[in-house]
Each structure stands twice: as structure tokens, then as C-alpha cells.
Design a protein around this ligand. Structure first.
Ligand SMILES: C[S@@+](CC[C@H](N)C(=O)[O-])C[C@H]1O[C@@H](n2cnc3c(N)ncnc32)[C@H](O)[C@@H]1O
Length: 306
């Protein structure tokens, strides 16, 4: 691997992104990843893919499977996999147009792209890769780089509704990173599916990292980024059953989630749900809620079957 290839980092900023937590998570990866005994890596809630990109560049894994229920994310990864030059071309045009505008005009430009992106959603065929995916992928990256806090959030109708972010000089088209990411995606199988369907794609024993939407610690921390894909306690339970199934099938499994004990020492939701597995607690620098007084290091859980 050349040093240039080692640069691949997530294309998007994403709620629950694991980039900052990697140093705390990495010591818990199964040792068989390093030795090459595990040849397959699977991530069914891939989001921005911080863990996936890291593993792809640090371990001798041969087969990669990523999935997410969000069709926009899967469209983006597929477009970058199949035609990264096209995405770069579209995105650099958007970036150059945007960069040439005055601040006040930049906001209007952002709103126009956001409107077009929401309008075109109704026409796009998300099922099968087609040329329209290229410009949509460029729009998604542009909106992510220029919207408030770099978040992805949609309303109940499915419209992207994050306001303009007003950054000084956002790097809209990072062509080197897109090419590096594309090279990793070229050896990756990508699916838009519910997590449970990933079982249809598993043959040899794999390492499966599950990073579902976190169980909210409090009402105020319940960030509605995935409004279309609610992940309630019953979904957490369905996921726990799936983890038990993966365990029976001989896979190595790791799952991340919030730790309810930050708020209520007696809340044993995950300790009960995963009582047959190991539960590790790692420290994360996340907000419990929006009040500054409640920010700081809190614990998160990592469940493993090894
Ligand atoms: C916490 S994020 C993953 C963050 C990711 N590890 C990262 O570093 O960016 C959770 C992801 O789960 C996806 N998701 C929600 N419900 C799902 C389901 N039922 N099946 C598959 N993916 C789902 C969301 O679209 C979101 O991208």
C-alpha cells in the first residue's frame, strides 16, 4: 500500500460517525483480523464508514460487505465505486461555481441545490445504478460540506432540510480522497437493505461490526437524523436476536451503543439484552444533551462475542 492510499477517510460527516472513537474501539477488534485468519468484514449499518475505511486500510481483509437502509448513502457509495471521475467532475464544477460567489449568493446557491436534490428524489430510480446517480452523489457531498454542522437530516416527507452552514472555505471536492475511497469500494459489495438481510450474503466466518442508531439517553439527545428509519427499543431487541443468530453461525461480532447507565445506574437495558455476551465500557467525548454543563466524557458500550 502506498502512503497515498492510507489517506482514505469518510466522504461525509454523519451522525454517530466513529472517527473519533476509533482509538478506543480498535483494541477490541478480534486478533484474527490482524493475522488474516478472518478474511471477510461486514458492516450492516455503515453510515459514513469510519470503521470500514480504517479496517480496509489496516488489516489484510479480502472481502468487504457494507450496507445501510438509507438509499441516498448507498447511491453515493455506488456512484463513487462505479464512476469516481464523473463524481469528481460534477463536484468540482459545483465547488468552483460556489467558490466564485459572494457569501450572500452562496446561501442562495445552497438552497437551490437543496431544492433540486429534494425535487429529483421523486424521479430517481434508487434500485439500479444509472447516470443520474453521479450528479446526485455530487449534490449529496456538496450539501454535506456546506450545510449546518455537516449533518444529514430529513423531515417526515423525506426532504433534506438542514439549513445553510456558512463555513468560511469548505473543501467541497477532495478528489484525492474520493479516488482512494473508490479504490476501496471497488473491492466492496454494497447493499441497501435492512440489517437482518445481510445474513443472505454471509458464507465464510466473518467479522461483523454493528453500529445501529443509538438508543437515546434522554429525550433531548434523541437526534432525529434517521426520522424515516426509527430505531425504537423493539428494534434494539430485534437486533439483539440477530446478534445471537450471527454468534450461532460462528461469526465474530462487535456492537456499539449508548450506555444507559450514564443517566440511570439502574437501567440494565443492554446488560439484560446482551447478558450472554461480553459488555465493555469505553469512554467517548460525546454530548449527553445540548446543555453545555452536560457535555464531557461519557461511557458507551461495546458488545463482543469473543
Ligand atoms: C450510528 S449510524 C452508523 C455510523 C457509522 N458507523 C459511522 O461511522 O458513520 C447508524 C446507521 O444505521 C442506519 N440504519 C438505521 N436503521 C437501519 C436498519 N434497520 N438496517 C440497516 N441500517 C439502518 C442509518 O441509516 C445510519 O446510517
Amino acid at each position: 500500500m502506498t502512503s497515498r492510499q492510507l489517506l482514505a477517510k469518510p466522504i461525509l460527516k454523519w451522525a454517530g460517525g466513529k472517527g473519533q472513537l476509533l482509538p478506543q474501539i480498535a483494541p477490541y477488534f478480534p486478533p484474527e483480523l490482524k493475522t488474516g485468519e478472518i478474511e471477510t468484514y461486514v458492516e450492516p449499518f455503515v453510515g459514513a464508514g469510519a470503521v470500514f475505511f480504517w479496517i480496509a486500510q489496516n488489516f489484510p481483509v479480502k472481502n468487504f460487505y457494507i450496507a445501510d437502509i438509507n438509499p441516498e448513502l448507498i447511491l453515493l457509495y455506488t456512484a463513487v465505486q462505479k464512476n469516481v471521475e464523473g463524481v469528481i467532475q460534477e463536484l468540482s464544477t459545483i465547488g468552483a461555481d460556489y467558490g466564485a460567489l459572494e457569501k450572500t449568493e452562496q446561501k442562495a446557491y445552497f438552497l437551490a441545490i437543496r431544492q433540486r436534490y429534494n425535487q429529483e428524489r421523486k424521479e430517481i430510480n434508487f434500485k439500479k445504478f444509472n447516470p443520474a446517480w453521479i450528479s446526485r452523489a455530487a449534490q449529496i457531498i456538496f450539501l454535506n460540506k456546506t450545510c449546518f454542522n455537516g449533518l444529514y437530516r430529513v423531515n417526515k416527507k423525506g426532504d433534506f432540510n438542514v439549513p445553510f452552514g456558512d463555513y468560511k472555505n469548505p473543501k467541497i471536492c477532495d478528489a484525492d480522497n474520493l479516488v482512494t475511497v473508490s479504490n476501496i469500494l471497488k473491492k466492496t459489495v454494497i447493499h441497501c437493505i435492512d440489517f437482518s438481510e445481510i445474513k443472505d450474503y454471509l458464507s465464510s466466518p466473518a467479522f461483523i461490526y454493528l453500529d445501529p442508531p443509538y438508543r437515546p439517553l434522554s429525550q433531548t439527545s434523541n437526534f432525529k437524523a434517521y426520522a424515516q428509519f426509527d430505531f425504537s427499543d423493539s428494534e434494539q431487541k430485534r437486533l439483539a436476536q440477530f446478534l445471537a443468530y450471527l454468534n450461532q453461525q460462528g461469526h465474530k461480532v462487535m456492537l456499539s451503543n449508548s450506555d444507559p447507565k450514564n443517566i440511570d445506574k439502574n437501567d440494565n437495558f443492554f446488560d439484560d439484552l446482551y447478558s450472554n455476551f461480553k459488555i465493555h465500557r469505553i469512554m467517548a467525548n460525546r454530548m449527553i444533551n445540548s446543555k453545555a454543563s452536560h457535555r464531557g466524557a461519557i461511557s458507551e458500550i461495546l458488545v463482543t462475542n469473543y
